[in-house]
Design a binder for this molecule. Structure first.
Ligand SMILES: [Zn+2]
Length: 360
């Protein structure tokens, strides 16, 4: 990044450093590290080591002498924290604390193995972050502050200044055109799309249904590391927005449903990839109208399951202009069969699960 990070960033680094310092550790800010196993160098916002580990003042500090490394995501730009995480994991640094003041989220990575950390524990600002041995204390994050909104951010870079968008005064606002979305009153859909419920989301954020630890990343328009902006989030049934912290996890919707109902679907259980929020999720927007991801012309399969969790038919369909009536009709058709207990709505091309609808 260019120049000094902003005050909120530095304040968090300072508070973290003070906590480790108070516990008798050496807290090194802006520390250059060198990796013997990983090769190359990296500069960490915070590197924590024992007094013995920095004996002789080695510079850059060998990464294998570091007990914990910390990064605070910078405002205004999104550095490649996935690359840093790989480097820290490959260097064998036992703990990596990633603080994201955009969303007020904290992730503690542990158990480095090859290019990744096998475990991640998510926290929010305000939580006490429990550190394992050799620390065995917690970090109070109640004074961490989230970044203010983009428009009020200040930077000396003139390119950046040109980019700051100031909302027009009310009388300068463009008149509403035919192309803009009209709020047309309509009846509510007849069926309820079920998002991944919050307790399940919490479990998936720890370990997914394939036993994998969460690998969160920031959604970027440029497709790094995964092209995901606009893809469906299954925890809140809306599209992914740029800048959100998300993860791609394996999810077994039928197994989850069966665990709650006592059904035994056996071989019918399937595991598939879904995007979820990597941290806090407010669930579906209370103002959201109609069925989610209901773009006219998109192709869907609606797969039906009976009370035992076995497939009981299905159909594919193209979402019509009047998406709500179209979905109402296919769900009517599905539940007209008294055997059908629930349906899965999936994208036709890849078969990815989008949401389930249960018999009303
Ligand atoms: Zn969500």
């Amino acid at each position: 990044m260019n120049g000094s990070p902003p005050p909120f960033h530095n304040a968090i680094v300072g508070r973290l450093a003070a906590r480790f310092d108070a516990a008798g550790w050496e807290a090194l800010t802006g520390q250059a590290l060198i990796g013997e196993t990983s090769g190359g160098e990296s500069t960490a916002d915070l590197a924590v080591a024992t007094a013995e580990a920095i004996e002789g003042d080695p510079s850059p500090l060998p990464a294998d002498r570091v007990a914990l490394v910390g990064e605070v995501v910078s405002s205004g730009q999104d550095g490649d924290y996935a690359e840093k995480r790989k480097w820290y994991a490959r260097s064998g640094i036992p703990l990596y604390l990633l603080v994201d003041p955009h969303d007020g989220l904290i992730e503690l990575y542990s158990r480095p193995e090859n290019l990744t950390y096998r475990r991640v524990a998510p926290y929010r600002f305000g939580d006490a972050v429990d550190l394992p041995e050799p620390f065995s204390f917690s970090v109070d994050t109640s004074l961490f502050r989230v970044y203010p909104p983009e428009a009020v951010r200040w930077d000396r870079n003139p390119e950046f200044l040109r980019d700051v968008r100031i909302p027009p005064a009310p009388d300068e606002q463009k008149p509403q055109t035919d192309h803009m979305i009209q709020h047309i009153p309509h009846s509510a859909p007849r069926y309820t799309p079920c998002p991944i419920p919050p307790p399940t989301l919490k479990e998936l954020q720890d370990t997914d249904d394939a036993g994998r630890p969460l690998e969160p990343f920031t959604a970027r328009e440029d497709g790094v590391p995964v092209h995901c902006v606009g893809s469906p989030l299954r925890c809140c049934l809306r599209d992914i927005r740029p800048g959100e912290r998300i993860a791609l996890v394996s999810y077994a919707p039928l197994r989850r449903w069966a665990a709650a109902t006592g059904a035994e679907p056996g071989a019918y259980c399937e595991l598939g990839p879904v995007f979820i929020h990597a941290g806090a999720c407010d669930g579906p927007d209370a103002d959201a109208a109609g069925y989610p991801f209901a773009r006219a012309g998109a192709l869907r399969t609606v797969r039906r399951y009976n009370t035992d969790g076995q497939i009981a038919g299905g159909r594919f369909f193209e979402i019509p202009e009047d998406a709500e009536s179209g979905f109402d009709a296919v769900f009517d058709e599905a539940f007209a069969d008294p055997e059908v207990a629930l349906v899965h709505v999936r994208a036709l091309e890849y078969g990815c699960f989008q949401y389930e609808v249960r018999r009303p």
